[in-house]
Write a protein that binds this ligand. Structure first.
Ligand SMILES: O=C(O)CCC(=O)C(=O)O
Ligand SMILES: [Fe+2]
Length: 363
């Protein structure tokens, strides 16, 4: 299957269409290049590429502009030809050193997960598109930590991101500044086909060992080619792999809100089950509260959040919703509050939820 089965909008859809079909419907979308043409990143970071066919990028990075502007920044670069455990090996360098690598023919250095907006808060190179502005994840993490989920990706032809589902099973959006991205998307519900007997996940969908992953060939996938200037919306729980065609730059955010927070919570519950299983040998040596506390600490290390994180996130959002401050395009507030309260009730139903959260908040 290819692009045909995915909704394509030359002009962005109305919020109510996006809400119903894509957020609540959990379906991908592609939006045409006019939407982000005014971004400084689209104006300043790239140059036209003359004489390219339709299936080739029409723009290329302005390497010297980028080097002059961001050269001193410290970045982490993935080496796409070196697998390390379930991901690519990463090395540290300056942005200037990265650009030198990037310009080498055949280079598989991929600058990824660069917290660009955090690194250059004074250089506003893009604005979050209004359909994606209702983002509880960056709202909470930016207020309560040093972390965020706002990224920039830059890499040459053949660089790629291995097969995965996104952090917390959140949504992502990705805007291509230049180059083409080939997305291979797997609709949810096929997860059992993706793992081997030990629970290892397929790494690269182009090279799957049929003995190790005997079921993978049954998986149904959809391919999207995201061209220069186009935006892609990736719903929750859709596994995917991304390959770059030509030199590619993209901005992407992970995000969640009332429409997918339940899916994110379910993924936390599944991760917690796995953690509890891996700690089961220790369970007899601990009292029940100690076991819950240990499991929650391991969950935080393994998945990046736990009950206490979610509890705080919900409290922060509930407070903002009640004040109705900074309204952006979003579902009706009473409906959002009902989602918040339903998750709060589910969290509260865990026998050790309150003492665990109190013990954390007391610190
Ligand atoms: O562009 C890439 O290489 C990966 C992007 C991605 O996985 C995402 O936006 O969810
Ligand atoms: Fe992703």
């Amino acid at each position: 299957m290819d692009n045909d089965s995915i909704a394509y909008y030359d002009d962005p859809p109305s919020y109510s269409t996006f809400l119903n079909k894509h957020l609540l419907g959990n379906q991908p979308a592609v939006i045409g290049p006019k939407w982000i043409d005014h971004w400084p990143a689209r104006q300043n970071w790239i140059q036209p590429l003359a004489g390219q066919g339709d299936h080739q990028p029409q723009w290329q990075p302005d390497y010297e502009y980028l080097r002059r502007t961001f050269g001193q920044a410290k970045v982490q670069v993935a080496l796409c030809d070196e697998q390390e455990f379930s991901d690519q090996k990463r090395i540290d360098m300056t942005f200037d050193e990265f650009v030198t690598q990037w310009q080498q023919p055949g280079s598989l250095h991929y600058l990824k997960d660069w917290h660009f907006a955090k690194a250059f808060p004074d250089q506003v190179m893009y604005q979050v598109p209004e359909l994606f502005a209702d983002d509880w994840m960056n709202e909470y993490w930016l207020q309560h930590s040093e972390d965020d989920y706002r990224f920039c990706y830059m890499g040459g032809h053949g660089t790629f991101t291995p097969f995965h589902a996104d952090v917390y099973r959140s949504y992502s959006w990705s805007c291509n500044i230049c180059g083409i991205k080939k997305w291979t998307l797997y609709p949810p519900g096929q997860e059992d086909l993706f793992k081997d007997r030990l629970g290892n996940l397929v790494y690269d969908v182009r090279h799957v060992d049929p003995e190790q992953f005997p079921q993978f060939h049954k998986a149904r996938s959809i391919v999207i080619y995201q061209r220069d200037g186009e935006t892609v919306f990736i719903p929750s729980n859709w596994f995917h792999q991304v390959e770059n065609i030509g030199a590619t730059i993209s901005i992407n955010h992970n995000w969640l809100n009332a429409t997918n927070i339940e899916k994110c919570f379910e993924s936390m519950c599944q991760d917690l089950k796995q953690v509890e299983c891996s700690l089961s040998d220790l369970q007899e040596t601990m009292d029940p509260f100690e076991f819950v506390t240990t499991s929650q600490h391991v969950l935080l290390l393994h998945s990046g959040w736990n009950w206490s994180t979610l509890h705080r996130l919900l409290a922060c959002i509930e407070q903002r919703l009640r004040l109705n401050k900074d309204p952006c395009l979003q579902p009706e507030v009473p409906w959002q509050l009902a989602q918040v309260q339903s998750l709060q009730a589910r969290l509260g139903s865990f026998a050790f939820f309150s003492p665990f959260v109190e013990s954390i908040l007391d610190r």
